[in-house]
Design a protein around this ligand. Structure first.
Ligand code: NAD
Length: 497
């Protein structure tokens, strides 16, 4: 079993001490050992970042962008290799892995526009001979902590932008599927990034706490579950750091009586069961307005869920792979047991699925519940697996109240042909990302990504324009060059025109 190293100051570093196994979820076998960084290892990465910062900060943005152009090329050239690594450790299909990489590359493309996005704001003649401008300067050493479900894309939401803005970055990826994340970081070094500007350290709470507590780390970007997001936000902001912490989700799709049901069903199949439901934007609740819609939806979904092609993620042409760990599979199965006990109708039961040749893999078939009600745990909590819950309501207003009352507010969508209903939904829904006949409304890289309520702690969303503001701080400069002949008398009143 190979040992996965850290990447610190441009070098691969191995560490003896605490370690965990990394599994191939399709076979159920441990395939790598992963060291868990000590506080000293984290400090080593911080010291390297601190040393690299002065030169990197002063490197012209256009030069920083050139590194990103080369990085984009390397990512594209290595797509197959990266997708294979993602699929081997996460379990998602190769096509899905390639899709997440492409969405990650979009963020590198956005970062290539560094000279444009870092332009300040300028006003001439704000007073006699006085010009004023705002400059957007890097913060220094910043860190990111990322989840298992997008080992390529979510880190790429963070460090290309942070780095192109002139910061040095320390990434603590998920301990469950770190290999693709590490390879991608190595490609950025190969693209010409100076040593120390990006380090990757593996670890658990010890590593994260060391990053939170280090005074040199000026900002933290986190993506993961809500309890950890809340913890990192509270501990980071208490220490005066800038924090954006994106958390969990429970995304509802509303199906109106006038929806194009066949298209809505195709969209829901991908949004609920793609990546085994392990997406923060996965649709896990279908809210049907009227029993007729619900009956028709369930009738159309059942055969498609039963026909899902499930197997090892690395095989071609599949719809769904396994869940990421045995523990995750058992947790999701436990939710299905709980839904049955609470009285929901289990229409399709995916428990106990065994894949010939991969009997020890962490597989679970697609599950569908009907007649789910808001007090059930399967409705309230994030399941993060291939389980779709159908909730029946009588009106759009009732559907919207349900969504607005839920603790999470990451994504949602409405399927309808009615512009008035869609407009009302977009205006009044308490959710950060909204789709109209679009099931997974993940914003493109030149917009920004983030939920509302307990799906995001912090003020600025991830990547795009909000990302630039997050990774820079504004300096307002007011400058006067008096004309040589003039003499200004002292002025004791507050300066005004
Ligand atoms: P997680 O919260 O378990 O782990 C995320 C990161 O936090 C990992 O790097 C992990 O090592 C670290 N961590 C775990 N426990 C910690 C602790 N006690 N103290 C400090 N750090 C700790 O999340 P996960 O299981 O890897 O990912 C799935 C979750 O992420 C889901 O809830 C999903 O909705 C969420 N997610 C949200 C978004 C979003 O944009 N809102 C995107 C992707 C995933």
């Amino acid at each position: 079993m190979s040992v996965i190293p850290h990447l610190i100051n441009g070098e691969l570093v191995t560490e003896n001490g605490r370690a965990v196994d990394v599994f191939n979820p399709s076979t159920g076998q441990a395939i790598h050992k992963l060291p868990l960084a000590t506080r000293e290892t984290i400090q080593h990465a911080i010291d390297a970042a601190k040393a690299a910062f002065p030169a990197w900060r002063n490197t012209p943005p256009a030069k920083r962008a050139q590194v990103m152009f080369r990085f984009k090329q390397l990512l594209e050239q290595n797509e197959a290799r990266i997708s294979q690594l993602i699929s081997e450790e996460h379990g998602k299909t190769l096509e899905d892995a390639a899709g997440e990489l492409k969405r990650g590359i979009e963020n590198v493309e956005f970062a290539c526009a560094a000279p444009e996005i870092l332009k300040g704001e300028y006003s001439r003649n704000v007073g006699p001979n006085i010009d004023a401008w705002s400059d957007f300067q890097p913060l220094g050493v910043v860190a990111g902590i990322t989840p298992f479900n997008f080992p390529a894309m979510v880190p790429l939401w963070m460090y290309p932008l942070a780095i192109v803005c002139g910061n040095c970055f320390i990434l603590k990826p998920s301990e469950r599927d770190p290999s693709s994340t590490l390879l991608i970081a190595q490609l950025l070094i190969e693209a010409g990034l100076p040593k120390g500007v990006l380090s990757v350290v593996h670890g658990d709470k010890t590593a994260v706490d060391a990053l939170i507590e280090a005074p040199e780390v000026k900002a933290l970007s986190f993506v993961g579950s809500t309890p950890i997001a809340e913890y990192i936000y509270a501990e980071g902001t208490k220490r005066g750091k800038r924090v954006q912490a994106l958390g969990g989700a429970k995304n509802h799709a509303v199906l109106m009586p006038d929806a194009d049901l066949d298209n809505a069903v195709s969209a829901l199949m991908g949004a609920a069961y793609g990546s085994c439901g392990e997406r923060c934007m996965a649709i896990s609740v279908a809210v049907c307005v009227g029993d007729q819609v619900a009956d028709a939806l369930v009738a159309k979904l059942v055969p498609q869920i039963k026909a899902l092609k499930i197997g090892a993620g690395t095989s071609c042409g599949l719809d769904m792979g396994p869940l990421v760990t045995g523990q995750a599979r058992d947790k999701v199965s436990g939710y299905v047991d709980d839904g049955v006990a609470a009285g929901a109708t289990l229409v399709v039961d995916g428990r106990g699925l065994s894949i010939p040749g991969n009997e020890d893999g962490f597989f679970l078939g697609g599950c569908l519940f009907d007649n789910v009600t808001p007090e059930m745990r399967i409705y309230k909590e994030e399941i993060f697996g291939p389980v779709l819950c159908v909730v029946r309501v009588n009106s759009l207003e009732e559907a919207m109240k349900l969504i607005n009352d839920h603790e999470y507010g990451n994504g949602t969508c409405i399927f309808t042909r009615d512009g008035e209903a869609a407009r009302l939904f977009c205006d009044e829904i308490e959710v950060g990302m909204v789709g109209v006949n679009v099931p997974l409304p993940v914003p493109v890289a030149y917009h920004s990504f983030g939920g509302w309520k307990r799906s995001l702690f912090g003020d600025l969303h991830a990547y795009g324009p909000d990302g630039v503001r997050f990774y820079t701080r504004r300096k307002a400069i007011t400058q006067r060059w008096p004309q040589r002949a003039s003499h200004e008398a002292s002025q004791f009143a507050f300066p005004s025109l």
